[in-house]
Design a protein around this ligand. Structure first.
Ligand code: TRP
Length: 448
């Protein structure tokens, strides 16, 4: 078997891992849930969740990956041989399958919208009702939904097939700076619109009367999704790290970048939404129903519309490849498949699994399983159960089965100055486990 690859540079790894974290979660989901769950009070809750859960769980995943230099299944098989712990890794690989199958449907809409923006069609919209009915006919169109979904998976396959250095790292190094640049331009455009300050205070001036149990649950769940935690994506990316990399500073930087991009996206979107008196609580449709009606009204809207949907596509691509890589690394490490063969075969299977999700706004809109469309079911299963269960079991594994001594040892490799008492590590990891467990139970009881 060829030697296992490593990241070429530290910055390449940081950009690839931030690329995984920064995705539709930051630019599509974060703004709309902030709009729905009360603005600044939600933002504050989310920031606390990121600090209490995000950082420790990310460190857990990096440690498991780098220690074993393996995919999530291999990692558990190595550290807990002869036990059933490897099933946690298996759940992660399955989550990668499920999440990518519907993530790519939304990414496909983004791709389609980029072309619609280029064609100038948005310029004819006079209100958000028009943009909304355009979305319904677009998402309901079998041909376009399937085509863009397949193209997006094809793009992920194209990058993943080239491996770590020449694929994921290379493309992340190009795409992430472009993403930041486009976002900065959009933030400046937003801030210079009349009435922008209303958007800013919506995001940053908390009104604590808006805070309730539900807000906290949504913030907790989102902390997982936005940082790509709970399914071993960061185990996989960590497995390509060398022993002298500092895991703690890397995790801190990735979390900082992910959070900053979400806040910047919030600024770009809410300054525009408030400036044109649109509804911040429009829900999942915020970006597809509301924004296309905003662009024609702002000076330079044609160009800003194209930039916005390109930004979203780039963010989705660097996340999509991380989801695919988890599945591929499993078949390459554990089953000895060649990367090319595994990527083609499993990329195609994920594309097929996504077909019913792609048709969920149209042909299959009336087919309901447990009262949900196929698309909603995939989202619900992964977001509410698979990720939190995976994350919870990983924290329990490290704190109570594998033991924190080895965990601290691995953190110290690359960060020798670290002095962390085992008892303190157990407490920190346990706080995250308890918080995850509470979300999970509340979710099962239907409170979330
Ligand atoms: N974090 C990405 C986003 O915010 C989505 C994502 C990519 C993800 N890889 C993941 C979520 C692994 C959970 C697990 O859009």
């Amino acid at each position: 078997m060829p030697a296992r690859e490593n990241w070429d540079t530290k910055i390449g790894f940081i950009l690839a891992a931030s690329g995984s974290a920064i995705g539709l979660g930051n630019i599509w989901k974060f703004p709309f849930i902030t709009g729905q769950y009360g603005g600044a009070a939600f933002v504050l809750t989310y920031l606390i969740c990121i600090a209490l859960i995000g950082v420790p769980v990310m460190l857990n995943e990096f440690v498991l990956g780098r220690r074993t230099q393996l995919n999530p299944v291999g990692a558990f098989k190595t550290l807990a041989p002869g036990t059933s712990w490897f099933l946690v890794g298996g759940l992660g690989v399955a989550s990668g399958f499920v999440i990518l199958s519907y993530y790519s449907v939304v990414a496909g809409w983004t791709l389609g919208y980029m072309f619609v923006a280029i064609s100038g069609a948005f310029q004819q919209f006079t209100d958000s009702a028009q943009a909304g009915s355009f979305f319904n006919s677009y998402g309901g169109n079998t041909f376009y939904s399937l085509l863009t979904h397949f193209i997006f998976i094809g793009m992920c396959i194209f990058v993943v097939i080239k491996g770590i250095k020449g694929g994921i790292e290379k493309y992340s190094k190009i795409l992430m700076p472009v993403l930041l640049l486009i976002l900065i331009v959009l933030v400046i455009r937003g801030l210079t619109l009349p009435g922008a300050e209303k958007g800013i205070s919506f995001l940053f001036k908390p009104d604590f009367t808006k805070l309730n149990g539900n807000t906290i649950l949504v913030a907790l769940g989102h902390a997982f999704f936005t940082l790509s935690l709970g399914m071993g994506a960061m185990v996989t990316y960590g497995s390509y790290l060398k022993k002298d990399d500092n895991l703690i500073s890397s995790a801190a930087l990735i979390v900082f970048l992910d959070t900053s991009i979400a806040l910047l996206a919030g600024i770009a979107i809410f300054t525009a939404v408030f400036s044109f008196n649109l509804d911040p609580a429009a829900g999942p449709a915020l970006i597809f129903h509301v924004l296309p009606a905003v662009f024609p009204k702002m000076p330079g809207g044609y160009i800003f519309g194209i930039m916005f949907f390109s930004l979203l596509l780039i963010a989705a691509l660097t996340s999509g490849i991380s989801l695919l890589e988890v599945v591929i690394s499993y078949f390459v490490d554990q089953k000895g498949w060649s990367r090319t063969k595994a990527t083609f075969i499993f990329g195609s299977m994920i594309a097929l699994l996504g077909v019913p999700s792609a048709l969920s706004q149209g042909l299959l809109a009336d087919v309901k399983i447990f009262g949900m469309t196929f698309f909603d079911l995939m989202d619900y299963m992964s977001f509410k159960y698979m990720l939190p269960i995976g994350g919870f079991l990983m924290t329990i594994f490290v704190a109570y089965y594998w033991g924190v001594k080895d965990f601290i040892n691995e953190l110290q490799s690359g960060c020798p100055q670290l002095t962390l008492k085992p008892a303190a590590a157990v407490v920190l990891i346990t706080i995250s486990s308890v918080l995850i467990l509470v979300t999970l139970i509340a979710g099962i009881l239907g409170i979330g």
